[in-house]
Design a protein around this ligand. Sequence first.
Ligand code: AMP
Length: 281
Amino acid sequence: MRVVTEIAEVRDVRASMAEPYGLVPTMGFLHEGHLSLVRQARVECESVAVSIYVNPTQFGPSEDLEAYPSDLEQDLRMLESEGVDLVWTPTTEVIYPSGFQTWVTVNEISKHLEGTQRLGHFRGVATVVAKLFNVFQPQRAYFGQKDAQQMVLIRRMAVDLNFPIEVIACPTVREEDGLAMSSRNSYLNTEERKAATVLFRALTIASEAFKEGELDAGELRSLMSETITSEPLAQEQYVSVADPNTLEELQGKVQRALLSMAVYVGDTRLIDNVVVGEESK
Ligand code: AMP
């Protein structure tokens, strides 16, 4: 496994890598969720590259950039044992050199859900992923359904900017009690860790109600909110029943929907989602 920091080194290693070649972008502090993406890429591609970069431009001024967890040595050990070929760990000087002023904005998709709470977040995400796509030039790129809006946004950007890259969605990996794996789970103390299962409980209650015939978007939102309210350590930021493709909030009866939420558990902001309903033919 080659671990490099400079763009020229990525291009150099990339030139000798077998194709099709898959990319897994990450912010490090890897867990089984990240590794599931790497494994899927490993199965579907001849070679696999991973980026580890905590992108400052996707963090708001009051967010957790400074506190974001990292353990590069452990990450590299994990990636080595997954058979990864290339890892890029750029510095911010490499990604945003002096004079940098070109940004990628995905207009409509960025306005909803996370975009209403994290201003500028998706401009940072779209810009850094466009840069990763340009530097790595993979045939495939793997993203987690855990960040459903990011997934939709990257797909849109890849089409709009003509990146010849297949963007592949991988299912959310969960702990045994349902909590979606996240590097941010490391912020939770023991009590908060127990309380954090409320996100998956709320999603499960709403998706089961949907399967039993509760198709009203407002009722589904209420079911999620009530469940979150029942957990004293949890504070809802938003719950949503949205169109899985446009991310617009739905009203009335729904056929297929992205159920999602952002919830503070103590000081830690967690997100989760599930999709309900059949894809229309
Ligand atoms: P991050 O390091 O949080 O930026 O995540 C890097 C990639 O891993 C993103 O595509 C995430 O959606 C994905 N990811 C994070 N957590 C999970 C999870 N629990 N299951 C599946 N994918 C995940």
